[in-house]
Design a protein around this ligand. Structure first.
Ligand code: SAM
Length: 200
């Protein structure tokens, strides 16, 4: 079963602990702290849309993509309730170019980290670079291996895993240890990595 199929099943059965009903604080801190100015933005693996909606509420023009139609249907409902405009598109980012490129900012929370093989993560990073304008930014929130965990949770990668995949295409502006925005008492540890597309 592919990664995409596994996610589709989990949305159908409601087994989606990452889906916290609000934007992740890591995104809010980075966007407001840097600050990242509002621009055309791609949220890859947007799920049910909370991060896309927060960005749209902050004047970003957002395109959210996912491979789960169940998740995207929820995202459209939430955006409509919040009275914001986001474009939610069913597309497999690993194998397609998303219309609307180039983007000024790409965000993903838990999509990049889903790919287990180093060459897949590299391909994901390369595809993001192909969707960004010169000097465009990518923020990823990814599982962090510096946590001894016995219970199920997000994939866990080392700083080295991230650096190896992204460095050919991106300059790393910051790589910070954090935790996922979560509804759990014990949120899973995360990396938050902000990158700038390299000049090639
Ligand atoms: C851990 S979930 C996170 C969802 C959302 N970003 C959030 O924070 O709630 C990862 C998401 O990536 C999506 N995904 C997995 N592979 C994908 C692909 N090849 N193209 C687009 N989305 C994908 C899944 O369907 C899922 O919604």
């Amino acid at each position: 079963m592919t990664i995409e199929d596994r996610y589709r099943q989990r949305y159908k059965s409601g087994d989606t602990p990452w889906d916290i009903g609000q934007a992740d604080f890591n995104l809010i801190e980075v966007v407001t702290g840097k600050p990242i100015v509002s621009c055309k933005t791609l949220d890859i693996g947007c799920g049910t849309g909370d991060n896309s909606i927060w960005l749209a509420q902050n004047r970003f023009q957002v395109f959210g993509t996912d491979t789960s139609d169940v998740a995207l249907e929820k995202a459209r409902e939430k955006a409509s309730k919040a009275n914001v405009e986001c474009e939610f598109i069913l597309v497999d980012f690993m194998n397609n170019h998303v219309e609307g490129a180039p983007f000024g900012f790409v965000f993903d929370r838990g999509c990049f980290h889903s790919f287990g093989a180093g060459d897949e993560r590299k391909r994901f990073a390369q595809n993001i670079a192909a969707h960004l304008e010169e000097g465009g930014l990518w923020l990823t929130i990814a599982g962090n291996a510096d946590e001894n965990r016995r219970s199920p949770g997000p994939p866990q990668w080392t700083a080295g895993d991230i650096v190896l995949a992204v460095e050919p295409y991106f300059e790393i502006l910051s790589l910070k240890t954090s935790h996922f925005g979560s509804n759990s008492q014990n949120p899973p540890r995360a990396w938050r990595c902000l990158m700038k597309k390299r000049h090639v």
